[in-house]
Design a protein around this ligand. Structure first.
Ligand code: EPZ
Length: 420
C-alpha cells in the first residue's frame, strides 16, 4: 500500500493540466460493446478505474491497450457476456456493461456492484429501464441475469436522476427496435458526451443535453474514435486546493461550462477567477468566507466535490452548512478531518463546519476516492507533517495527483508502507 507524506503550509502557485474525465471514460468504454471493431479514445486518464474497466472488457474478449492517454479498444471478438464479481466489486461502473451486452448479444450476467464504501448503491433504475425495453431480468447468487431476443422501444421515466442508469438504458435503446423516450434522464456532461459518441457510432438520438432523450433504434452501429472530455471534478479539486492555500493557479484543459456552480461558490468565498475558453485562473489572498452548499444533480453543486468543499470550509472563519442530497452518508472523510483538529458536526445528511480552527498534521486514512481528496486538501494547510494512508483510493480517480501537486509547490511524496 502507498501513503502520501505532506508538509503543510505551502502556497500552490503555477499551472496544472487537468486529465480526461474518469467518469467520462467509464461511460465511453462500455459503448465499444455495442459495435464490434476498433476504437481510439484519446485524452483517457491513465488511472486505476480505467485499468479496471480495461481488465473487465478484456475478460470478455476485447483487446484494450492504454498508451499514455490514448486508449485503443478492439471489441471484434467478444466471447463472454459476463462481468464477474472480481471486477465489479472493485468498481460500480462495471455495471455499465449490462445494457450494451443485452442490446448487442441478447444476454448478460453481471455481478451486483460494490464500488465505493459508503451506503447502499441500488441499481433498480438500471434494471427497470432494461425491463421496459423488453429484457427479462433475474437475480441469482449475487448476479443479475438479463436476456432479450430483441429489445424494443419504450417510454421510461427515471424516478431519480441517475447517471449510470441513464447511460445503461441509453446504450441499450440505441439497438432496440423502435423508438424509446427517456424522461428525467441525467444531464451530467459525461452522459451528454456518451450520447454524442453513440451518434458518431450511428445511433439516432434527439434531445442530447436535455433530460428528455428520444432514441430511434437502429439495426447496428459502427465503431468510432472519440476524445474524452476534461475531468470537471479533478479541476474543481485543484481549484479548491489552490484556494485553501491562498495560492495563484491556472487550471488548463478544462471546460468551465461544466463547473459553473463550483466557480460561483469559489467566487462567493472570496476567490478571484479569470475564466477563459479552456483555462481557469484562480487567485486567493485570504481565508475563505463561510459559504453553504447543497449538493444536487448537474448543473448543481456536484456530490463529487462535497468532501473537497468541506475541507475548504475548515479555513473559513464562521459556520458553514454542507448538505448532501445524493448520498446521505457520504461523510466518511469527517472523522479523519477531526483528527487534524477540525470541528464538524453531522446530522441528517448535513455537516455543520465550525471553521477557522488551527489544523495540525496527523495520520489519516482514506476511505473512498473523494474523501481522500478532501484529506489531501486539509493536509496542505495543516501545520507540520500529515500522512494520508491507503492512497489507492485516490489513484482510482486522479492521474498522478502528487506529481501535479508537487509541480504547484506542494510538499508531498508517495511512500510505500506496510501499514494497511
Ligand atoms: C455516478 O455514479 C458517478 N460515477 C459518481 O462518481 C457520482 O457520485 C454519481 O454519478 C452522482 O453524480 C461514475 O460516473 C462512474 P447515480 P452512479 O446513479 O451512476 C440513486 C466518483 O467519485 N440510484 O447518478 O452510480 C443512487 O443511490 C463517483 O467519481 C438509485 O436509487 O450514481 C444515488 O442516490 C462516486 N437507483 C442517486 O441515484 C439506481 O438504479 C444518484 O446515483 C441508480 C441510482
Amino acid at each position: 500500500m502507498d501513503k502520501f507524506i505532506i508538509e503543510g503550509g505551502k502556497r500552490l502557485v503555477g499551472r496544472v493540466k487537468v486529465s480526461g474525465a474518469k467518469n467520462g471514460s467509464l461511460a465511453l468504454m462500455p459503448a465499444s460493446l455495442l459495435a464490434p471493431g476498433q476504437y481510439n479514445i484519446s485524452n483517457t486518464p491513465n488511472l486505476r478505474d480505467v485499468w479496471t474497466m480495461s481488465r473487465l472488457l478484456t475478460s470478455m474478449g476485447a483487446f484494450c491497450e492504454l498508451n499514455g492517454n490514448d486508449l485503443f479498444i478492439d471489441s471484434s471478438n467478444i466471447t463472454s457476456y459476463e462481468a464477474p464479481y472480481e471486477h465489479v466489486k472493485k468498481m460500480r461502473a462495471s455495471f455499465y456493461v449490462l445494457g450494451p451486452l443485452v442490446a448487442r448479444y441478447g444476454m448478460a450476467k453481471v455481478s451486483l456492484p460494490g464500488g465505493c464504501a459508503w451506503g447502499p448503491r441500488p441499481v433498480d433504475l438500471h434494471l427497470k429501464g432494461l425491463e421496459k425495453l423488453g429484457a427479462t431480468v433475474e437475480m441469482e447468487s449475487g448476479y443479475i441475469l438479463a436476456k432479450a431476443d430483441k429489445l424494443h422501444g419504450a417510454k421510461f421515466h427515471f424516478d431519480i436522476s441517475s447517471v449510470g442508469a441513464t447511460g445503461n438504458v441509453l446504450m441499450a435503446a440505441t439497438l432496440a427496435k423502435g423508438t424509446t423516450l427517456l424522461t428525467n434522464a441525467a444531464l451530467e456532461p459525461e452522459i451528454t458526451a456518451l450520447a454524442r459518441m453513440l451518434v458518431k457510432m450511428g445511433a439516432k438520438i434527439n434531445g442530447i443535453g436535455t433530460s428528455i432523450l428520444e432514441i430511434e433504434g437502429v439495426d447496428e452501429l459502427h465503431p468510432t474514435d472519440e476524445e474524452t472530455i476534461p475531468d470537471r471534478i479533478e479541476a474543481a479539486t485543484f481549484l479548491i486546493a489552490g484556494a485553501i492555500t491562498k495560492g495563484n493557479i491556472e487550471v488548463q484543459n478544462v471546460n468551465p461550462y461544466h463547473l459553473t456552480t463550483v466557480l460561483e461558490k469559489l467566487e462567493e468565498s472570496g476567490c478571484k477567477l479569470d475564466v477563459n475558453a479552456d483555462t481557469i485562473q484562480l487567485e486567493m489572498d485570504s481565508d475563505p468566507l463561510p459559504i453553504d452548499i447543497t449538493t444536487s444533480i448537474y448543473p448543481g453543486f456536484p456530490t463529487d466535490v462535497q468532501a473537497q468543499w468541506l475541507s475548504y470550509m475548515l479555513k473559513a472563519d464562521g459556520l458553514t452548512k454542507i448538505k448532501e442530497t445524493i448520498y446521505a452518508d457520504r461523510f466518511k472523510h469527517v472523522p479523519e478531518l477531526l483528527r487534524l483538529g477540525a470541528n464538524v458536526e453531522l446530522s441528517d445528511a448535513t455537516a455543520l463546519v465550525r471553521g477557522g480552527k488551527h489544523l495540525n498534521g496527523a495520520i489519516v486514512m482514506s476511505s473512498d476516492l473523494r474523501a481522500s481528496a478532501s484529506l489531501l486538501i486539509a493536509a496542505l494547510v495543516s501545520e507540520g507533517t500529515s500522512e494520508v494512508l491507503r492512497v489507492y483510493h485516490i489513484d482510482r480517480g486522479y492521474e498522478t495527483i502528487e506529481t501535479k501537486l508537487k509541480a504547484l509547490g506542494a510538499s508531498i511524496k508517495r511512500v510505500k508502507t506496510d501499514l494497511i
